[in-house]
Design a protein around this ligand. Structure first.
Ligand SMILES: O=C(O)c1cc(C(=O)O)oc(=O)c1
Length: 295
């Protein structure tokens, strides 16, 4: 599906300096070809379109996360960072064959993390010893590790995740099944993961992916994705200094509907209910992680 055209202007006024801390660029494929090993072929979504959305929604900066359809070829993401006037930083995907000089070049382009993906519909398995070796190398650059996994897989991945030597950022709250009780064992394990490991952060993003009941962020809906709200709010309120938010534009692999990105921004005050929580979620925390020299 193509992303939503003509998103509304958010009613929620983002705080000055807000960071969209999870978004992607796709190609354009003619310039930056998609990876042969990809599991999906997206529509093109260029840096110009991403930055136009940033300005329309009222964000000041972006964190461009390497999408799996580009594999470990980071050129599109790096090009987006380099063309941003310092307003974008990046998260890369790398293999163990990467040289120190190549890592240094990524750093200079604005990359501050690597992404390890464990979602089986998106990537083939990478051995954990390879990932741990990469984590050890990027730790020396002051980078962090972004992990993407599904809630049912957390028990099996626990020992690996808790051995990582860096800050660890979980994509989309570890994809909880929000049809299960918020106080049930699955989400309790995720909260325990964050509680017992102060180096673990979470993106409280992607309600449009996690919601079962909706309502969808379409047609002016101001109370979207009600079933996700208690989960995200719990994480924001218990760990206010370790949460990030992003649009996830251009929303890879959505099959049901494409949200109106303006209404997605209007979702934020449902989960970060005070100006102080909003400031941390949208400004203080992402600045500390991605622009520490300015924070
Ligand atoms: O759930 C997904 O399909 C998805 C995919 C990707 C990616 O392909 O990189 O990134 C995301 O943040 C989410």
């Amino acid at each position: 599906m193509d992303w939503y055209t003509g998103p509304s202007k958010p009613r929620f006024q983002l705080p000055a300096g807000a960071v969209d801390a999870h978004c992607h660029v796709f190609g354009p494929g003619a310039e930056f070809p998609y990876a042969p090993e990809r599991k999906y072929t997206p529509c093109d979504a260029s840096k110009q379109q991403l930055y136009a959305l940033r300005d329309h929604l009222g964000f000041a900066r972006n964190v461009v996360v390497q999408a799996t359809c580009h594999g470990a070829d980071n050129r599109a993401m790096v090009d987006a960072c380099l063309s941003s006037d310092g307003k974008a930083r990046g998260v890369a995907t790398v293999r163990r064959s990467i040289s120190d000089a190549e890592l240094q070049a990524l750093h200079e382009a604005g990359v501050r993390g690597v992404r390890f993906n464990f979602v089986k519909r998106l990537v083939d398995f990478t051995p954990k010893d390879e990932l741990m070796e990469i984590a050890g190398r990027i730790a020396k650059l002051g980078w962090h590790v972004v992990i993407y996994f599904e809630a049912v897989d957390l028990p099996e991945l626990w020992d690996f995740f808790t051995a990582l030597p860096t800050t660890v950022v979980v994509d989309h709250m570890g994809r909880p099944d929000v049809s299960k009780p918020i106080d049930g064992p699955e989400f309790a394990l995720f909260l325990k993961f964050m509680r017992e490991h102060p180096n673990v952060w979470s993106k409280v993003s992607c309600p449009e992916r996690l919601s079962v009941t909706g309502p969808k962020a379409l047609n002016g809906e101001q109370a979207a994705y009600q079933d996700v709200v208690p989960f995200a709010r719990r994480v924001v309120e218990e760990f206010p200094d370790r949460v990030l938010w992003g649009t996830d534009w251009p929303h890879p692999n959505l099959k049901d509907h494409m949200p109106d990105d303006g209404l997605l921004v209007d979702f934020i005050p449902q989960i970060a209910t005070t100006a102080e929580l909003q400031q941390k979620l949208l400004v203080t925390n992402p600045m500390r992680l991605y622009w520490p020299e300015e924070a």
